[in-house]
Design a protein around this ligand. Structure first.
Ligand SMILES: Nc1ncnc2c1ncn2[C@@H]1O[C@H](COP(=O)(O)OP(=O)(O)OP(=O)(O)O)[C@@H](O)[C@H]1O
Ligand SMILES: [Mg+2]
Length: 455
């Protein structure tokens, strides 16, 4: 229930307003003086403040100023005597929601209160969405365990606060959009829009007017002026996905917009300034397209000020299990379960080449969760294609191997390697220890000593 703080030094008005607002189903707290009101604002969450202006020693303006600094999203309605309207207008400039001149009609008050509470609701909804977005796409949610991904994260942190254009390249599903959003959310533009445009998804004939807007009558069907995506992203970030698909004819106009920081709507004669940071992504080799004269070289250089190359998942195996854990955690709150991964399932996931990269992995996890009965993910709930095409127990990658032995003493390392070799030889002779000892040219006793007790 929304909570309203009511402040007026006239007891009669205070009790009248109190019962009026209570009748509206609101929770109302009243104060007769400024100090007590300020104390409440400092200590309690309030959804709406209604205060008289003329009071002493602490007047309504001072309460209002405290409210602005303590709870900036709380709307404030000022009550003013006829003749003190100037102060109220001053307060409006300082961010007050509205003012009412005494005496006012009950309806007038109720309408203003409803509007203020609706505003309050929208603001907290917006904050909530913003938080969700940050939680979903923020940095903390970019899984980066492997060395190349950790480097990329370092790079993102360094470039995010600047306004530099970034070109993100990588196969489909490697996380280009995730990176773009993380850059936006770590930049000073994060409270402003992040507008994503997929250049390959918009028909060529429409792309220009989508990007730059159009004026009424610019072409058949242009029945009104329309703002383009550039302007929709004003103050924020424009993410151009699949930039390689942008038609040559439009590339020139786009380059001009980037350089001059202004856009001209289709059919319009005047340009309008825009303040937009551009991030672009491509899953085709743009340099090849430049060579083939399908992509303008000047635009390429303008975009690739900082190129970020996302490696395919098969080249960063260390990310596979952390990603699985990440996606399982994302699924868990919806099903209220704690998932585990069986050893076989783990080996299958690590032994698969992931041509669809992280997106394919994410879908595999969703598939598994959907087919799962208990809490343990086993091969039978994984997509069959992955199970059949996986080559588990593949040779460990060099990077993997170094990670595995990190900070091990030389002795411990040699012992591990020795044991691996013994095990291989044993496996080759079907576990026959005598034969193995002979092949290794050591005594049977030495072999026993070197093997773990249970071998
Ligand atoms: N490092 C990562 N950490 C967490 N999730 C990731 C990561 N990389 C990718 N994902 C997830 O994988 C999916 C695909 O990522 P994204 O859409 O960013 O890929 P993309 O490179 O833009 O693909 P496409 O070229 O097909 O558009 C998304 O659901 C995203 O949340
Ligand atoms: Mg994408």
């Amino acid at each position: 229930m929304p909570r309203v703080l009511l402040v007026d030094d006239e007891p009669r008005i205070l009790s009248l307003l109190h019962s009026l607002l209570k009748g509206e189903g609101l929770e109302v707290v009243s104060e007769r003086d400024g100090e007590s009101a300020i104390a409440r604002i400092r200590g309690e969450q309030i959804d709406l403040l209604i205060t008289d202006i003329r009071m002493s020693p602490v007047d309504g303006m001072e309460i209002f100023r405290t409210a602005r600094t303590e709870q900036a999203d709380m709307p404030v309605i000022l009550l003013t005597a006829y003749g003190a309207v100037d102060t109220a207008i001053e307060a409006m400039k300082g961010g007050a929601f509205d003012y009412l001149t005494k005496p006012f009609k009950v309806d007038e008050l109720l309408i203003t209160v409803r509007r203020a509470l609706e505003y309050r609701r929208l603001v907290s909804e917006r904050d909530h969405l913003q938080q969700e977005l940050t939680a979903h796409y923020g940095f903390e949610n970019v899984v980066a365990q492997s060395a190349p991904m950790r480097n990329i994260c370092e790079m993102i942190k360094r470039i995010a606060p600047t306004d530099t254009t970034v070109l993100i390249v990588g196969e489909s599903g490697t996380g280009k959009e995730v990176v773009a959003r993380a850059i936006h959310l770590s930049s000073k533009r994060k409270a402003k829009p992040f507008v994503a445009v997929n250049c390959a998804a918009i028909p060529e004939a429409l792309l220009e007017s989508e990007m730059f807007g159009h004026v009424k009558g610019a072409f058949t069907g242009a029945t009104a002026n329309r703002e383009g995506l550039f302007e929709a992203a004003n103050g924020g970030t424009l993410f151009l996905d699949e930039i390689g698909a942008m038609p040559l004819a439009l590339q020139g106009k786009f380059l001009r917009a980037l350089q001059e920081r202004e856009v001209r709507p289709v059919g319009g004669s005047a340009s309008r300034p825009v303040d937009v940071r551009v991030l672009a992504a491509s899953n085709v080799d743009l340099e090849k397209r430049v060579e083939a004269k399908e992509f303008r070289q000047d635009l390429y250089y303008r975009l690739a000020v900082i190129p970020l190359e996302l490696p395919p998942l098969r080249d960063r195996q260390e990310d596979i299990l952390p990603l699985v854990r990440h996606f399982l955690q994302r699924e868990a709150p919806m099903t209220d379960r704690q998932y585990r991964l069986s050893r076989e399932a783990r080996e299958i996931l690590c032994g698969y080449a992931w041509p669809g990269n992280v997106r394919e992995l994410e879908n595999a996890v969703k598939h598994a969760v959907a087919f799962l009965d208990g809490d343990e993910i086993t091969p039978d709930v994984l997509p069959p294609r992955i199970v059949s095409q996986s080559k588990p127990a593949a040779e460990p990658t060099a990077a993997n191997e170094i990670e595995q032995y990190r900070n091990l003493s030389l002795k411990a390392f040699l012992r591990t390697k020795e044991r691996e070799y013994l095990e291989q030889v044993l496996a080759g002779v079907n576990g026959d220890k005598e034969q193995a000892a002979k092949a290794l040219q050591i005594s049977l006793a030495t072999l026993y000593r070197k093997l773990p007790a249970d071998a």
